[in-house]
Design a protein around this ligand. Structure first.
Ligand code: B12
Ligand code: SF4
Length: 500
């Protein structure tokens, strides 16, 4: 408010890049931030005009990475100054995830330091929504004016109206879904599409990919009645897939406006059904609707579970346009799968089905639950069997130590364990206490906490687990398959084609 007159709000939505250590992975360039694109769509609906969306991971081609993030500060400061000169009210709102919270904190602190009360700052996103300690910490930061806990579709209007805190979830139906992404006002988008089209991923070339979301609830969690213990998402939601007319209209629009030939549908489980018969029925309906609504010829990359890629579903998935599926195999024997709350469906059957239908699979192992001194020795053998038998089908492979995401069930369980008094868990208590004050952990702290949990909950030595993981990782690095491990994976070789 200036002189009693509400000045025009000018929102800038920023997705800060992942904190140091996560950078330069293959996915980083290929996957734009849909979070800021959706926020901009919600803003458009509320204000009648859009704001600006910025993904710090890629602002434009040829911008040197000086480590100081000068390009982000220059760009946003320039916009803020421009809006202030015009007499408008600049607002910077960031989407917070566990892995970019530290960088978001320093960005907003510095911007507030520079512009003071002339600039409104705000945050929201999964990190705040899922973790009450994070929410409390971020609400107490003096350089953060507004905090959203929940969906922008419900909370953004209240923040725009001046409330410091808003909370709420959107109730959806197929016909009244979450905001679609709005890619107008997305800084550097065309440059990025061109940049990603330069890479050659096992013969996939000229990729121009944007993100959409069709169903937010996870069919696997809904079938089980609970989310996986490592999941930091609110996934027990009704399984409403976006109405087919709108779903295909969005694809057609992205193809027409941005020359998109790939869609990454970020739905937690793209199939809104579990059980073979239900999945087949749904896929047949999808394929028929694709014809009816003139769905464009776009390749899709989606998330699925091991038991949803079968010899019955795989051909239909291909017919639906799915070319790549991320299928977390995660466990490597009955025990690890059970402890990770994964299906016992044979992963080799999934790979057989994918292979015979020409469906490419991206996969990973999650190492940190159900481990014994016997089964840990089987891990590298299991990974080798996949690489030997399905190297042409498995596009990328990660071996991840199980992470404890703030807000996930395993985060709460280990917190309880740490604070139950065991003296050897003093370090765990310190890490949780630090999180409660700052609202984030840096990557080193996160990794320390992850390892501490594994060390104190698994039935074998941590060194043996790490050695088995390293062996598996080496096998992947030496293979044709792209390794996507966080620190040691295959990195994009800047300036040259990624042709592994
Ligand atoms: C796509 C994706 C990725 C892409 C990132 C692409 C990108 N540039 O964003 C890739 C594959 C690279 C990726 C990687 C990782 N990811 Co990821 N990823 C996702 C995924 C599937 C979709 C994100 C998305 O676009 N959602 C759709 C948008 C519209 O939803 P949204 O961002 O939540 O926004 C809504 C609300 O939260 C809210 N909101 C959000 N921000 C704000 C801000 C304001 C101001 C307001 C008012 C509201 C608001 O309103 C929005 C509209 O409803 C999510 C799971 C999920 N379904 O969200 C995991 C997720 C974000 N990833 C996660 C993790 C942990 C990772 C990894 C660390 C995994 C790993 N071990 O390697 C890596 C690290 C990242 C890196 N770059 O290296 C976690 C984060 C946990 C957390 N609570 O913060 C999630 C939530 C998955 C999970 N099961 O817990 N990921
Ligand atoms: S981790 Fe994946 S499969 Fe498990 S509940 Fe979360 S979204 Fe669903």
């Amino acid at each position: 408010m200036q002189g009693g007159v509400m000045s025009t709000l000018r929102p800038i939505f920023v997705h800060c890049r992942p904190d140091a250590g996560y950078d330069l992975r293959f996915d980083t360039i290929m996957m734009v931030s849909m979070g800021v694109a959706s926020l901009n769509q919600v803003a458009y609906q509320i204000l009648g005009y859009p704001g600006v969306a910025i993904d710090e991971t890629f602002i434009g081609s040829g911008i040197p990475d000086d480590g100081e993030r000068a390009h982000l500060f220059d760009l946003t400061s320039g916009l803020v100054e421009e809006y202030l000169i015009a007499g408008d009210q600049p607002v910077i709102m960031c989407t917070l995830l566990s892995y970019n919270a530290l960088g978001t904190d320093s960005f907003l602190r510095q911007m507030k330091h520079r512009f003071g009360s002339q600039l409104i700052t705000g945050v929201g996103g999964q990190h705040i929504t899922m973790c009450s300690e994070a929410c409390t910490a971020w609400r107490t930061k003096p350089y953060i004016d507004r905090v959203a806990n929940g969906d922008a579709e419900v909370t953004l209007q209240e923040l725009f109206n001046g409330q410091p805190y808003a909370q709420g979830k959107k109730t959806i139906m197929s016909s009244d879904h979450y905001a679609r992404p709005y890619y107008g006002g997305y800084i550097g988008l065309e440059d990025r599409l061109q940049e990603m089209s330069r890479f050659n991923l096992r013969g996939i070339k000229n990729m121009r990919m944007l993100l959409t979301e069709s169903v937010r609830g996870c069919s696997w969690a809904v079938a089980l009645g609970k989310a996986c213990e490592m999941c930091a998402l609110d996934v027990l939601l009704p399984l409403f897939f976006r109405g087919f007319p709108e779903h295909f209209a969005i694809e057609a629009e992205l193809a027409d406006m941005y020359g998109v030939n790939w869609i990454f549908d970020v739905s937690n489980q793209w199939l809104p059904a579990q059980g073979s018969a239900e999945q087949v029925k749904w896929l047949e309906g999808y394929c028929a609707a694709r014809v009816r609504y003139d769905g464009p010829d776009i390749s899709k990359y989606v998330y699925l579970t091991t038991n949803s890629v079968t010899k019955e579903t795989a051909p239909l998935l291909r017919q639906a346009g799915v070319q790549i599926a991320y299928v977390g195999i995660d466990g490597w024997d009955a025990r690890t799968r059970r402890e990770l709350h994964k299906t016992q469906y044979d992963p080799f059957k999934m790979l057989d089905a994918a292979k015979s239908s020409g469906l490419l699979v991206r996969t990973s192992m999650v190492i940190g639950s159900g481990i014994t001194s016997e089964n840990i020795r089987e891990l590298p053998k299991f990974v080798k069997a996949i690489l030997d038998g399905y190297g042409d089908t498995v596009l990328s492979f990660g071996t991840f130590m199980e992470i404890i995401l703030p807000g996930a069930e395993n985060w709460r369980q280990f917190r309880e364990m740490c604070f139950s008094g065991a003296s050897e868990l003093q370090r765990g208590r310190e890490l949780y206490a630090s999180f409660d004050v700052h609202g984030f952990l840096d990557l080193d702290q996160q990794e320390e906490l992850n390892l501490l949990r594994i060390q104190h909950t698994q039935q074998t030595l941590l060194d043996d687990i790490l050695a088995a993981k390293a062996e598996a990782e080496e096998l992947i690095l030496a293979s044709e398959t792209l390794s996507i491990d966080i620190r040691h994976g295959d990195h994009l070789d800047e300036g040259s084609d990624f042709d592994h």
